[in-house]
Design a protein around this ligand. Structure first.
Ligand code: DC
Length: 214
């Protein structure tokens, strides 16, 4: 059992779950852990070492360095690292190596008031007892549109259609793997952000939290 309230946010790529998680943490004075960043860090280390993110051996070889590595934000958020993160996340031993860090954060967040964790398996595997679980998603077309806007601002030439395909592949890998697949926990509330702007999505998430935490 958690000593403090935990808000578990899971969901699909580019659904808005990270933005929602950060906003909820700020509103409730809780600490936030972006668990995708952990898998992204492992992936970035594998890519830097010239390894194959789908290789168990290459992924496990960088784990000892994970604890002392800080990857610059631009590299961490790159499309290549995101894709590689989805690949290293398939490997059960990688997930096991990152497990204790996540459960310890949920039990003992630095501020001591509460924790918001966002990822793919928070409500199902990392914090199955969390009192609040939200599964955030949106249509693949809308998620690709959001990605496209972000990437176009950075000068990327990727089309909406290319991004739809990339997101479909990512969803299939994250949801189809054997180890802790992305899925909505039985007691999670689904939040579809397809037709919601950021403010409306955060307000809807806040209402779910207030209803669950009382
Ligand atoms: O949320 P994100 O795009 O930063 O996550 C990158 C990848 O990391 C995602 O495609 C799958 C993996 N991941 C995971 O398997 N479990 C988590 N709790 C968080 C992320």
């Amino acid at each position: 059992m958690s000593a403090v309230p935990v808000i578990a946010i899971d969901g699909t790529a580019a659904s808005g779950k990270g933005t929602i998680a950060r906003a909820l943490a700020a509103k409730f004075g809780f600490d936030h852990l972006d668990t995708g960043a952990l898998y992204r860090t492992v992936a970035a280390l594998v890519l830097r070492a010239g390894g194959d993110p789908a290789s168990r051996e290459d992924a496990l070889a960088v784990i000892p360095r994970f604890w002392s590595s800080t990857i610059p934000e631009a590299e961490l958020r790159s499309a290549a690292v995101g894709e590689a993160a989805s690949q290293v996340a398939v490997i059960a031993e990688v997930r096991a190596a990152l497990f204790d860090l996540q459960t310890a954060f949920a039990r003992h967040p630095p501020g001591g008031r509460g924790a918001v964790l966002d990822g793919r398996d928070i409500g199902t595997v990392i914090c199955p007892d969390a009192p609040v679980k939200i599964f955030v998603t949106a249509s693949v077309e809308e998620r690709a549109r959001r990605r496209w806007r972000e990437l176009a601002a950075l000068g990327s030439a990727k089309t909406h259609e290319m991004l739809i395909e990339e997101i479909r592949i990512r969803d299939a890998r994250d949801g189809g793997r054997l180890a802790a697949p992305m899925k909505q926990a039985a007691d999670a509330v689904m939040l579809d952000t397809t037709d919601l702007g950021i403010e409306a999505a955060v307000a809807a998430a806040e209402a779910i939290v207030r209803a669950r935490l009382g």
